[in-house]
Design a binder for this molecule. Structure first.
Ligand code: FNR
Length: 379
């Protein structure tokens, strides 16, 4: 099988993973409108082709929060990454590290913070959810800070979990889920190691470390299900702002008013995101939400964006729409599930190559020159 894109990796991941895991990654909420729009709206963004400007010297690097990135990309936090490939967080983090881009660990990772940090040279980013169990939040923050994580990504678009029908059908959630997961795992030819489904409990890293006992997938789903916190407001974030010494980024902003609130709150950055279409279906794609948010806060706060980015051209498009940097979720997760660390490394190389093509054909030699001037405004 020839692999030259994220969608090739998606097909390879589908062959390799038991269906409940593939659909957990691939799916979105309700009718999956926003999931599709994220990709389709980006693909519709037309850039101005310019020619004959000597594009032999291109620089794809940027500086973000005092860190140098070889391309303006970071890996989005993705829960249960260590289930898609063995010790998956370590593998993804190492590929990101080698490429010179940040890896953001999800708070619901399989590998604990302390396992990943020593395996990479760059400081890791850490993502936190709002959970009712403030003890978990405090514990995770303390451990992330002690381990030397640089940037805190605080995800605010999941005060409640989205309704994901595929998960109910696939056995990821719902009645008899554990039994259905078990059957899929044991009957799936290429996926047969322990994930808390095979009799041997698997540590779900950060949560196990906090609870002080191994937690398999069923315990984890129960813990998380009981701990989403719809009461959260900006006020509740103040102690975190106080506590966290490094940059703090708010993930899940889709509205210019919320972006302004993030500036007032004193965040260092926002991530324009609809959680990859996994939360409120029907909301704007990130590509469509971004220009108004950039109008409201560009220059006052760093703007990152994710949801729908599948290639290097999409990276350039997101930046032209107003982002300072871009994050990728499924694109690298498919590559990880299909081919581990080497897959993620390859995917990141593809992104850079494709970015270079897009920059050459739009005649911009630096990321700072990728602006809304590049957009074609059709009459
Ligand atoms: C996510 N996302 C996510 N976000 C977060 O803040 N914490 C998390 O634990 C997770 N978990 C998670 C699991 C899976 C399987 C997916 C696909 C996504 C959302 C993620 O960070 C990011 O916002 C989206 O993946 C971006 O959309 P694309 O790039 O997947 O289209």
């Amino acid at each position: 099988m020839i692999i030259s894109s994220a969608s090739d990796y998606r097909a390879a991941a589908q062959k390799r993973l038991p269906p409940f895991l593939f659909h957990y990654i691939d799916g979105g909420a309700y009718a999956e409108k926003t999931l599709r729009r994220n990709v389709d709206d980006l693909a519709e963004v037309a850039l101005r082709q310019r020619v004959l400007k000597d594009m032999s010297k291109l620089d794809t690097s940027i500086e973000l929060f005092g860190e140098k990135l070889s391309i303006p990309v970071a890996l989005s936090p993705v829960g249960l990454t260590g289930m898609y490939a063995r010790r998956g967080e370590v593998q993804a983090a190492r590929a990101a590290d080698a490429k010179g881009v940040p890896f953001c660990m999800s708070s619901v990772s399989v590998c604990p913070i302390e396992e990943v940090v020593p395996r990479i040279k760059r400081p890791m980013w850490f993502q936190l959810y709002v959970l009712k169990d403030r003890g978990f939040m405090q514990n995770a923050l303390e451990r992330a800070q002690a381990a030397g994580c640089s940037t805190l990504v605080f995800t605010v678009d999941m005060p409640v979990p989205g309704a994901r029908y595929r998960d109910a059908h696939s056995g990821m959630s719902g009645p008899n889920a554990a039994m259905r997961r078990y059957l899929q795992a044991v009957t799936h030819p290429r996926w047969a190691w322990d994930v808390g489904l095979m009799g041997k409990p698997h540590d779900l890293g950060n949560i196990s470390a906090y609870l002080g006992k191994p937690t398999g997938l069923a315990d984890y789903m129960g813990y998380l299900g009981a701990n989403f916190d719809p009461s959260i407001s900006w006020k509740d974030l103040e102690w975190i702002r106080e506590f966290w010494k490094g940059p703090m980024v708010i993930k899940g902003i889709l509205d210019p008013e919320d972006a302004r609130d993030a500036v007032r709150f004193g965040a260092d950055g926002i991530i324009v995101s609809n959680h990859g279409g996994r939360q409120l279906d029907g909301v704007l794609s990130s590509a469509r939400a971004l220009p108004a948010i950039a109008d409201a806060v560009k220059g006052q706060i760093k703007i990152l964006a994710d949801s729908g980015v599948r290639n290097g051209l999409d990276v350039v498009r997101m930046i032209a729409l107003g982002a300072d940097a871009v994050m990728i979720g499924r694109a690298y997760i498919y590559a990880l599930a299909a081919a581990g660390e080497a897959g993620v490394a390859h995917l990141l190389e593809l992104l850079e190559k494709e970015m270079r093509v897009a920059m050459t054909l739009t005649s911009v030699s630096r990321v700072a020159d990728i602006t809304s001037d590049l957009l074609v405004h059709e009459a």
